[in-house]
Write a protein that binds this ligand. Structure first.
Ligand SMILES: Cc1cc2nc3c(=O)[nH]c(=O)nc-3n(C[C@H](O)[C@H](O)[C@H](O)COP(=O)(O)OP(=O)(O)OC[C@H]3O[C@@H](n4cnc5c(N)ncnc54)[C@H](O)[C@@H]3O)c2cc1C
Length: 740
């Protein structure tokens, strides 16, 4: 049902991730665009699945295969206007209110409903028109720009919303949808929260699979592994594989999470288990409750607030994957052979072999009756490739993840530290924020300068010093802060008090000290509509962060204190989720770029300054055939691009048309993965999805010539691939690089 009488949320914890760019853009748009529709009363379930977009297709054939709880609906711009837009005009908008809207179309960044977040009334355009430039430069928005009529025009060619949405609830629904898409030459988009800053979850002329109603496994999904099985062989159906791998990684428990469960749901499942059994579990996850472990993990997954520097990135938490692949086959797979890699400095075993099984009764809805068997002989997808590609190569492009086993860690006591936050905010503290930012930089990436050990430093992370420092286990943040002020001759107790712990905050509000990060996010956000839910982090905004953060190499920082000073003078607050286990926790069989592993932190710079000054110093660009990976994947916005192909010290001009930018600039993908890793990912993409059924915006393969279909392309069912197997001549990506 659609919400009404929306009550404002009261948020005490009010510091947000992401640069001020997005906040300021949001402010401008809120005041200048001001579009709001009235909630519609249409019941989504009553919409007919056989009308509307591609009514030439036999949609009834699809619905006949769906489970009784799945639904396939027609959607339109009206739904977006009625259900999603009003939230952006609320005094305290929240993504929690958007994700359960009936059409399943809402996006936390409203303008992502149009290509490049730019609702221009033409197919291709550029950013040089005065109002657009101003819009992105934050100097203001030209009141003559006719945003309102562009955004209400259902024929606007830049509109990027799907016209059909399927809510699968079991894996067989996903199998049916993928086979239907394959047989009819359709593309599929996959969505959870819609948080992707690149807008990868939503696309016009696709069948959108909104995963929010998919089976929830987390509430009963925690398994304590029996240590006595260590050394056993992996069973043929892979049922003991998640525990065997976890135990090999010195972890004794894990959680199964469904392909549509967000962190709010997963964190709360872990809290419930902790409350029942005594605190013993810890999950590495994202900052916001509304972010899902799907997009988050597949893009890397920075655990700045949840112990990522102690336990690794999101990709490092995965022990088994269950997916429906682009060929329509329901599979599960994970490492079945590994070896110790501690001599090379890794804290987890190196994956040697990945094995998988296929479900032989894909039409069966009831999981109790699923049968997992060896894959048929003509199934030519390499599970080593899939394990590599999915974990780091982004969501939405390798198929649909239906569930995943994530490792859990032993519980450690939690404390967060907030600088100059309400209710203890003072002007004096505002004035010393630059010193605090310098302190955090040292604590995280040069702790010895503060007499802090690396181990203590790794206990803490921070998505943004303005959002706080989050620590798990032994740390000495308060002592180090006092020491830092001492060294800088500013020992005034009022300065020391600018930093305070979550315990102090709790006692101020007569609340118990939060035992974990998620509890902290629940107890310090009061929300009349969504009591008990984990805060959505940054609230929805009309436009999300457009650019990407640079992964600043630790080795470059270590060259000298002057490099750190250069950054302080020219960068924005940094994202600290790197180093420690984030550097050493790789199984060496994932596609997360090496830049993530080598980084000290992620920072934002102006285009000109970065490419012209810092890039040649920070990264090895001696080989002009190999562009290095530069940007953080999770936060890469829709306008992300590398420099000019012909001169890597020059940014890609925003005044160029999108077409020109695509042609003459290093692509979004190459700037994330680097030339070499991207080549392997593209080879795998062509092998597993030769029809480009999964072709999300800025995802691997999306910019390949083979991926572009003309609007009129309507391949006939006769051209479809067989159910199992891959008729392409393209060799599997495994042959491209034979080992990890
Ligand atoms: C408020 C906020 C807080 C954030 N905090 C963090 C943080 O702490 N750390 C961090 O690293 N990043 C963070 N991010 C960035 C986040 O990682 C990305 O936005 C990510 O894309 C979100 O994934 P999602 O599944 O929630 O979103 P979606 O936009 O729904 O999906 C993202 C991608 O995953 C695909 N996908 C979704 N579900 C599936 C599935 N079941 N199978 C296959 N593909 C799927 C989609 O097609 C899309 O390509 C944050 C973003 C926001 C807006």
């Amino acid at each position: 049902t659609k919400k009404s009488n929306r009550s404002p949320a009261i948020i005490i914890h009010n510091k947000l991730t992401m640069a001020s760019f997005a906040d300021a853009a949001r402010f401008l748009l809120l005041t200048a665009v001001g579009i709001a529709g009235n909630p519609s009363t249409a019941d989504a379930a009553s919409a007919s699945p056989v009308s509307g977009w591609r009514s030439d297709l036999d949609w009834a054939a699809l619905t006949s295969k769906l489970s009784s709880s799945a639904s396939l609906i027609d959607t339109s711009l009206d739904d977006y206007t009625d259900e999603c837009m009003p939230e952006f005009s609320e005094p305290s908008p929240t993504t929690h209110a958007l994700i359960d809207q009936p059409s399943g179309m809402c996006l936390p960044h409203l303008l992502l409903g149009w290509e490049m977040s730019w609702p221009r009334p033409s197919e291709n355009h550029h950013m040089d028109q005065p109002y657009v430039q101003a819009y992105f430069d934050l100097f203001g928005l030209d009141p003559t720009a006719d945003f309102e009529s562009w955004m209400s025009d259902p024929t606007n060619p830049s509109l990027n919303l799907p016209s059909k949405v399927l809510f699968p609830t079991v894996a067989s629904d996903v199998v049916a949808a993928v086979n239907f898409a394959k047989d009819n030459g359709l593309e599929i988009s996959v969505k959870n929260s819609g948080h992707s800053y690149q807008g990868a979850s939503s696309k016009k002329n696709t069948l959108l699979l909104n995963m929010n109603r998919y089976t929830h496994y987390a509430p009963t999904g925690i398994t304590d592994c029996d240590a006595s099985i260590l050394g056993s062989t992996v069973t043929e159906d892979l049922s003991n594989q998640p525990c065997l791998l976890s135990l090999a990684k010195n972890k004794s428990s894990l959680i199964r999470v469904g392909g549509g469960e967000n962190f709010d749901k997963v964190y709360r499942a872990v809290i419930a288990a902790n409350e029942e059994e005594g605190y013993k579990y810890h999950l590495v996850g994202g900052y916001a409750g509304t972010v899902s472990p799907m997009g988050w993990s597949w893009q890397g997954g920075l655990g700045g607030s949840t112990g990522g520097r102690l336990y690794g990135f999101g990709v490092d938490q995965v022990v088994q994957l269950e997916m429906v692949l682009p060929n329509g086959v329901h599979v599960k797979f994970g490492p079945t052979d590994w070896e110790d890699a501690s001599a090379e400095g890794f804290t987890v075993p190196r994956t040697k072999v990945v094995s998988g099984v296929c479900r032989s009764n894909p039409d069966e809805h009831d999981e109790e009756n699923w049968v997992w068997q060896s894959c048929p002989e003509d199934f030519d997808i390499d599970f080593n490739d899939m394990w590599f590609a999915v974990r780091g190569g982004g969501g939405g492009t390798w198929g649909v993840v239906t569930s995943v086993y994530l490792q859990l860690h032993d519980y450690l006591p939690f404390k967060s530290y907030l600088f100059n936050n309400p209710p203890f905010r003072t002007e004096k503290c505002t004035a010393i924020f630059p010193q605090f930012a310098e302190f955090v930089a040292h604590y995280m990436s040069a702790p010895s300068l503060l007499n802090v050990t690396k181990e203590r430093s790794h206990a803490c992370g921070s998505p943004d010093p303005r959002a706080g420092i989050y620590c798990h286990g032994e740390e000495d943040v308060m002592q180090a802060w006092t020491r830092f002020l001492d060294l800088n001759n500013s020992t005034d107790p009022a300065n020391v008090a600018c930093l305070f712990s979550s315990d102090k905050l709790a006692s101020h509000y007569n609340l118990p000290a939060p035992p974990g990060y998620a509890e902290f996010m629940i107890s310090f956000s009061k929300n009349d509509l969504f009591p008990g839910k984990v805060l959505d982090g940054s609230p929805p905004s009309k436009i999300g962060a457009p650019v990407a953060g640079v992964l600043v190499p630790q080795s470059w920082l270590d060259e000298g204190e002057e490099n750190r000073k250069t950054l302080q003078e020219n960068g924005t607050p940094y994202y600290y989720a790197f180093g420690g286990a984030a550097a050493s926790g790789s199984d060496q069989a994932n596609s997360l770029s090496q830049a993530h592993r080598n980084a000290a932190f992620m920072a934002y710079f102006s285009d000109d300054y970065f490419w012209g000054n810092l890039f040649p110093k920070m990264f090895d660009i001696s080989d002009k055939t190999k562009f290095p990976p530069v940007f953080g994947s999770n936060h890469a916005g829709f306008l992300t691009a590398g420099p000019l192909k012909e001169d890597w010290t020059k940014p890609c001009p925003r005044e160029w048309t999108f077409e020109e930018r695509r042609e003459k600039c290093i692509s979004f993908q190459e700037a994330i993965y680097g030339t070499e890793r991207l080549a392997r990912l593209e080879a795998i993409k062509k092998a597993v999805d030769p029809q480009f059924i999964f072709n999300c915006v800025n995802c691997v393969g999306n910019n390949l010539p083979e991926a572009s279909k003309s609007e009129d392309d309507e391949p006939s069912p006769a051209e479809a691939e067989p159910l199992l197997g891959n008729s392409s001549d393209e060799t599997s990506g495994a042959s491209f690089v034979s080992s990890f």
